[in-house]
Write a protein that binds this ligand. Structure first.
Ligand SMILES: Cc1cc2nc3c(=O)[nH]c(=O)nc-3n(C[C@H](O)[C@H](O)[C@H](O)COP(=O)(O)OP(=O)(O)OC[C@H]3O[C@@H](n4cnc5c(N)ncnc54)[C@H](O)[C@@H]3O)c2cc1C
Length: 431
């Protein structure tokens, strides 16, 4: 039996950060795929680089900035000012929708303004915590909710906003004042101060995959076991049986693997309860197309939200518009995303055809002839759908784990919506 102080499951950003910050300690990392990086990796084809859809690094925490600066010097990084749009009713409006309705049909603007004014006047947030639908109605009113929030979020989460919680919204969805909403209805986007946009960092070479690559380089590589996964865990004995036949006895276990899979590994008294909770958990998978075009795209925006149901994808982003080195000179590239639960409910051919239809409607391309190639990919665990018992379940799990020396780090281990920076910090805090 192998004895370790720490057993780390998974070598995405969270697992790598845990391993990096545990240097010098007695630990091992078990990763089921052949290499590190998880969702934060980059593939290349014919001179084009594709991340697993857009992976743009926003950093607020000093600890992440410090780590990033030990991996990259300033000359190796580009800082980019975000240019984000919504495409609906045949026009482009600036992100966020709620404070940028200029350019939409007058009736739509009127509904958005009246709904917002009504919600503002009422100022009743008592139901905002009930579900995401109530949150939207309380903060934005009917018009903005019906024209963007509800259709867009139904597309991305695959279920109606009445069916999931709203606790994450305050941190991620901008809430404008009434002045901003009115200003945004009467002012053209090009007259707005560009400084209002957020910025993000990106490696000059190697795509976002360069980040975990460099982090792994600084880790004690001999402590990583690739192509191996846990088969069962006994939380009482603190042992994990691995797919290579070895058993590890650990003092502390750090899991960065998807919580639903992790819960199903337990073989002790907790197994029936964990199984029941795992059965309740739901997640949207992301199917996406890596698109290479023969010419630059017909709009210079970075990514575009697509709320309308007449288009299958919920979002399209452009690697080449964000950083031209990600495509061949004089060409364009994009990622097109569509979510579903379980297997994709449309065929790949249909997804391709719908993508072409949408890109033509958006005037990003003139016709299918402008496409060089499109490659289909899937992310099985994409967007967690917060089930009704989510909070009680998570509280119970965390209590049980605390007593068993188990910590969770990263987006899917914590079964939540979070970003690369969170994965890095949670990995750091886990050791
Ligand atoms: C479509 C999409 C777009 C995104 N865009 C952005 C963005 O622009 N900016 C941003 O900051 N964040 C973005 N994110 C979030 C970001 O990808 C994550 O927050 C971050 O990469 C999560 O890292 P992680 O280590 O927690 O998980 P992962 O990257 O999923 O790593 C988990 C690791 O565990 C391994 N593993 C899984 N199961 C097992 C097992 N049973 N045994 C052993 N190993 C296992 C996996 O192979 C993987 O290597 C996006 C996410 C998605 C889905």
């Amino acid at each position: 039996m192998i004895q370790k102080d720490y057993l780390i499951l998974g070598a995405g950003l969270a697992g790598l950060s845990a391993a990096y910050h545990a240097r010098g300690k007695d630990f091992m990392v078990v990763e089921k795929s052949p290499s590190a990086g998880g969702l934060c990796t980059t593939e290349t084809k014919n001179g084009f680089s594709f991340d697993q859809t857009g992976h743009w690094l926003h950093m607020k925490d000093e600890r992440t900035k410090k780590l990033f600066n030990t991996l990259f010097n300033d000359a190796e990084v580009v800082e980019i000012v975000r240019k984000t749009w919504i495409f609906s009713h045949g026009v482009y409006t600036q992100y966020p929708f709620q404070s940028n309705t200029y350019g939409l049909p007058p009736q739509v603007i009127k509904e958005c303004l009246l709904g917002f004014a009504e919600a503002w006047k009422k100022d009743d947030k008592s139901r905002a915590g009930e579900n995401f639908y109530e949150w939207c109605m309380a903060w934005f009113g009917k018009g903005i909710s019906n024209h963007f929030m509800i259709p867009y979020n139904t597309k991305i989460y695959t279920v109606h906003p009445k069916e999931y919680a709203s606790h994450w919204c305050d941190a991620y969805i901008p809430k404008p004042t009434i002045d901003q909403v009115i200003e945004g209805a009467v002012t053209a986007p090009e007259q707005k101060d560009i400084g209002y946009n957020a910025t993000f960092k990106y490696p000059k070479d190697g795509g976002i995959g360069e980040l975990p690559k460099r982090l792994f380089e600084k880790c004690e590589k001999e402590k990583f076991l690739f192509g191996v996964e846990p088969i069962s865990i006994d939380a009482k004995k603190r042992t994990a049986l691995l797919s290579n036949g070895e058993t590890v006895h650990y003092k502390k276990l750090i899991s960065t693997i998807p919580l639903r899979d992790f819960l199903r590994l337990f073989s002790d008294d907790n197994a029936p309860l964990f199984q029941k909770i795992a059965d309740r958990m739901k997640i949207a998978s992301v199917s996406y197309l890596n698109v290479a075009t023969k010419k630059p795209l017909g709009h210079d925006g970075h990514w575009f939200y697509i709320p309308e149901n007449k288009f299958m994808p919920y979002r399209i982003g452009s690697f080449s518009n964000i950083y031209s080195k990600l495509a061949l000179e004089g060409r364009g590239s994009a990622y097109v995303e569509y979510t579903h639960q379980g297997e994709m409910d449309k065929s790949v051919d249909e997804f391709r055809a719908e993508t072409v239809k949408m890109m033509v409607a958006m005037k990003l391309i003139e016709s299918e002839n402008d496409i060089d190639f499109m490659d289909y990919r899937t992310i099985v665990n994409g967007y967690v759908i917060y089930h009704n018992e989510y909070f009680d379940d998570m509280k119970l799990i965390k209590e049980k784990f605390k007593n068993a020396g188990i910590k969770l780090a990263g987006r899917y281990a914590n079964w939540t919506y979070s970003a690369m920076e969170n994965a890095i910090i949670e990995g750091l805090e886990s050791v």
